[in-house]
Design a protein around this ligand. Structure first.
Ligand code: ADP
Ligand code: MG
Length: 687
C-alpha cells in the first residue's frame, strides 16, 4: 500500500468504511448519532460493534480499548482482548455493543483535578462517535469521554465537548438574528506542533533527560542557534526518514499531516496538520505526540516534547489556530464581501475581543505548566501578558467605528455596520513578527502561548467557553430589538471602546510593552504560582457553571520541580563531583610526573584549573546540599498556593544557582572526564 490516497484513513473505522460494511439502518443511526450527538440504541450498537470488530481483526487487531484523556495530559488505555470462551473449550472473537458505547475503567489513581477523592472512583467512559475508532498496533481504540456517575468530568474531553456545545448554542442564537439558518456551529483547530529530535545514544547517557525530559545542566556549545542556519534548512537524512514514516502512520490514522520543517533551534522541528473540528483535532494531536515518540525510537532517536529541553536554546511551543464555522462550512471569522457578512464578522470578532479581555487570566492559566514557565516571557515565546494582534488596518477600522469617524480619509463616510462594506484590509499584513500571544491571521486566531507537551484541550475549553459567554451577552442584548442594525452598531461600538486595551500590534518581546500593558491594566501572570489565585475566582467559577462546562484540570507544577531537583542532586553527587575529583587528580598526577621529569617545568594550566575546579567543587557541594535542604522545607504545607510559591522562589532558585556552578565546571573539564554528553553532542549529532 503505497499510494497516499489509499493509505489515508486505512486504520480508521470512518464514515466510508461504515457505509461499506454496515447495514443501511445501522449506518444511518450512527450518522445521526454523529450529527446530533444522539446515543446509539443497544441493538444498533451491537451491530456496529460486531462490524467494527470484524474490520479490526482483518486489520490485525486482537484487543480493544476505550481510549481516553485523563487530567494528566497523556492518553490512557486499558486493553481487553476480543476473546470469549465457548462451551466446548474453544474461543470466539466477540465485541458487544455495550462494550463499544460504555466502559468502566478502574480509575482510582488518575488525578481528577481535585474533583474527586480516590474512594469514589467509579466513573465510566462513553464513546464519542464524532471521533472515529482507529487501530493502533494490535488494538482497536475507541475514543471516549470519561465522567463520574454524578456527571463530573474526569478527563479533558468531557469539558471540551461541553464547551463546544456551549459555543454552539450561543452562536446559533446570534446567527439567527442575522437570519442565518445554520443548524450547528463548531470550532476548528489546527495545532502546529514543535519538537526536538536527538540521538538516542546521547539521550540514554543523560539522567536529566531520562527523568525529566529536559537538561538540568549543560554549558552552551561553541555554536548555538545564532546563525539561524537550521530554520527551514535542508532536512537531514535521518530526520527525513523519521518524518516520512511519521506522515505515513498519521495518514493511516486519518490525520491530515501537512507541513513539516526545521525550526529555529538546532535539532528542532515542526509539524502542522490541516485543521479539524476541535475534539478531533485534540485527539489527533495526542496521537501525533505519541507517534512522534514511538517512531523516533525506531530511528534511533528520541523525540523531546518538553517546553524547554535546553537552556539558551529556543524552546518548543504549540500554536493553536482556532476559528468558528457553521454546519454549511462558513468560517465565521472570515470578513466576507457584503455589508451583511461584514456585520456578522464584526460581531463574532468583537465576541473574541471581549472574551480575551474579560478572561485574560483563564487563557493564561490554560497554558500554565512548569515546563512552559521556562518559555513564556523569555525572548523566544510570547510574553506572559495576554494581548491580541489585529493588524494596523483592522485596528484602524475598529477605531473609526468606535469614534464615528471615517476610516478612509478620501471617502468621508462613516462606517455604518450592516450598511457599508468593510474597507478591504490586506490579509497578508497578518502578524509575521510572531511576538503576539493571540493573533488574528485573516480568518482565524492563532493562540501562541501553548506549551509543546500540553494537550490542546485546556486552552480550547477556555476559548470556546469564554467566547460562548460573549455571544450569550450579545444575544441577550440584541434579541427582540426593533432596529437590529442600530442596536448592533451601538453594541459593536461599545465593545470596541470597552475592550480595545487588549489590542496590541507592536513587538511583544519589547520591555516597553510590559510597562505599557501594566498601564492598561492588563494582567502579567509571570509563572504558574502567580496564576493559582485566579484559578478559582468567583468570576471564573461562575463562567464554567453557567455554561455547564467543568473547569480544566488543576494546576500542579510542584511535582515536576521536585523530580527535577532530586535528579540534580543525584547527578551532582553520583557523577559530577566524582568526575571533577578524578580530573583534579589526573591534573595533580600530571604535575607530579612533569616535575619528576623536569623539576623546573611550568605547570600553569594544571595549577590554575586545579585551583578553580577545587573552588567550584566546594561551591557545587554546598549548593547541592542547600537544594536538598530546600526540598525538606517544601514538605507538608496544606496550602497549595504557599507550596507553589515556595517551589518557585526557593527550590527553583537553588536549582538555578547549582546549575551555574556546574556549567562553569563543565567548560573547563576535560571532555573525557565529564560524565555526560554536552549540548554540542546532543544538538548536532543527528545527521
Ligand atoms: P503559520 O506557520 O504561518 O502559522 P501554518 O500553515 O504552519 O501557518 O499553520 C496554520 C495552521 O492553521 C494549519 O494547521 C491550518 O490548518 C490551520 N488553520 C487554517 N484555517 C483554519 C481554521 N479556519 N480554523 C482552524 N485552524 C485553521
Ligand atoms: Mg503559526
Amino acid at each position: 500500500m503505497n499510494k497516499v490516497t489509499e493509505m489515508f484513513g486505512s486504520k480508521v473505522f470512518n464514515s466510508a468504511t461504515m457505509k461499506e460494511r454496515l447495514p443501511k439502518e445501522a449506518y444511518k443511526a450512527v450518522q445521526n448519532a454523529i450529527k446530533n450527538g444522539k446515543r446509539l440504541d443497544l441493538n444498533v450498537a451491537d451491530v456496529v460493534a460486531n462490524s467494527m470488530k470484524d474490520w479490526a481483526i482483518e486489520n490485525g487487531a486482537t484487543h480493544f480499548t476505550h481510549w481516553f484523556q485523563p487530567m494528566t495530559g497523556v492518553t490512557a488505555e486499558k486493553h481487553d482482548s476480543f476473546i470469549s470462551p465457548t462451551d466446548d473449550g474453544h474461543i470466539i472473537m466477540e465485541f458487544k455493543g455495550k462494550e463499544l458505547v460504555q466502559g468502566e475503567p478502574d480509575a482510582s489513581s488518575f488525578p481528577s483535578g481535585g474533583l474527586r477523592a480516590t474512594f469514589e472512583a467509579r466513573g465510566y467512559t462513553a464513546w464519542d462517535p464524532t471521533s472515529f475508532a482507529f487501530i493502533k498496533g494490535k488494538t482497536l481504540c475507541i475514543p471516549t469521554a470519561f465522567c463520574s456517575y454524578g456527571g463530573e468530568a474526569l478527563d479533558k474531553k468531557t469539558p471540551l465537548l461541553r464547551s463546544m456545545e456551549a459555543i454552539n448554542k450561543q452562536a446559533l442564537r446570534v446567527l439567527k438574528l442575522f437570519g442565518n439558518n445554520a443548524t450547528s456551529v463548531k470550532t476548528t483547530v489546527g495545532p502546529e506542533q514543535e519538537y526536538f529530535l536527538i540521538d538516542k545514544e546521547m539521550f540514554d547517557k543523560r539522567p536529566d533527560l531520562l527523568y525529566t525530559g529536559r537538561t538540568l545542566f549543560g554549558a552552551k556549545p561553541p555554536k548555538g542557534q545564532e546563525l539561524d542556519d537550521h530554520y527551514f534548512g535542508t532536512i537531514k537524512s535521518r530526520v527525513a526518514a523519521f518524518m516520512n514514516e511519521l506522515n505515513e502512520e498519521l495518514w493511516k490514522l486519518g490525520i491530515l499531516a501537512k507541513t513539516e520543517h526545521n525550526e529555529v533551534a538546532p535539532a528542532q522541528h515542526e509539524l502542522a496538520p490541516i485543521f479539524a473540528t476541535t475534539n478531533i483535532a485534540t485527539d489527533h494531536n495526542q496521537l501525533t505526540m505519541e507517534l512522534m515518540q514511538r517512531i523516533a525510537k525506531k530511528h534511533g532517536m528520541v523525540c523531546l516534547l518538553h517546553e524547554k529541553p535546553f537552556a539558551g536554546v529556543n524552546g518548543s511551543g504549540k500554536h493553536n489556530n482556532w476559528s468558528i464555522s457553521t454546519s454549511d462550512g462558513v468560517n465565521l471569522l472570515e470578513p466576507g464581501e457584503t455589508p451583511h457578512e461584514n456585520a456578522q464578522f464584526l460581531l463574532f470578532l468583537c465576541a473574541v475581543i471581549k472574551a480575551v479581555d474579560d478572561y485574560q487570566d483563564l487563557l493564561r492559566i490554560s497554558v500554565a505548566s512548569a515546563g512552559n514557565d521556562h518559555r513564556l516571557g523569555a525572548n523566544e515565546a510570547p510574553p506572559a501578558v495576554v494581548s491580541m494582534f489585529l493588524g494596523d488596518e483592522l485596528t484602524e477600522i475598529l477605531e473609526s467605528i468606535a469614534s464615528d469617524s471615517s476610516y478612509d480619509s478620501k471617502e468621508k463616510v462613516q462606517m455604518k455596520i450592516g450598511v457599508h462594506v468593510l474597507p478591504r484590509f490586506p490579509k497578508d499584513t497578518t502578524d509575521r513578527n510572531r511576538t503576539s500571544p493571540f493573533a488574528f491571521t485573516g480568518n482565524k486566531f492563532e493562540f501562541r502561548m501553548l506549551g509543546s507537551s500540553a494537550s490542546v484541550s485546556g486552552a480550547n475549553i477556555v476559548l470556546n467557553t469564554i467566547v460562548a459567554e460573549s455571544l450569550k451577552q450579545f444575544a441577550d442584548e440584541l434579541e427582540g430589538k426593533e432596529n437590529f442594525n442600530d442596536a448592533l452598531h451601538e453594541l459593536i461600538k461599545r465593545v470596541i471602546k470597552e475592550h480595545k486595551r487588549i489590542i496590541f500590534n507592536g513587538n511583544g518581546y519589547d520591555d516597553a510593552w510590559l510597562a505599557e500593558a501594566e498601564k492598561r491594566g492588563l494582567l502579567n501572570l509571570k509563572s504558574t504560582p502567580d496564576c493559582l489565585p485566579f484559578y478559582n475566582s468567583e468570576k471564573n467559577k461562575k463562567l464554567f457553571t453557567d455554561h455547564k462546562v467543568l473547569s480544566p484540570s488543576e494546576l500542579d507544577a510542584r511535582y515536576e520541580i521536585k523530580i527535577e531537583a532530586l535528579t540534580m542532586v543525584d547527578m551532582v553527587n553520583k557523577d559530577i563531583l566524582p568526575a571533577i575529583a578524578d580530573f583534579i587528580k589526573a591534573l595533580s598526577d600530571s604535575i607530579n610526573s612533569k616535575k619528576a621529569a623536569v623539576s623546573t617545568a611550568e605547570c600553569k594550566y594544571e595549577e590554575k584549573i586545579i585551583s578553580r575546579l577545587s573552588t567550584l567543587s566546594g561551591i557545587i557541594y554546598d549548593r547541592c546540599e542547600a537544594l536538598d535542604k530546600s526540598l525538606i522545607g517544601a514538605m507538608d504545607s496544606e496550602d497549595a498556593l504557599k507550596t507553589a510559591v515556595y517551589y518557585k522562589d526557593t527550590v527553583f532558585k537553588a536549582m538555578n544557582e547549582l546549575r551555574l556552578s556546574v556549567d562553569e565546571a563543565e567548560v573547563i573539564t576535560n571532555r573525557k572526564y565529564w560524565p555526560y554528553p554536552g549540548y554540542g553532542e546532543l544538538l548536532f549529532s543527528v545527521r
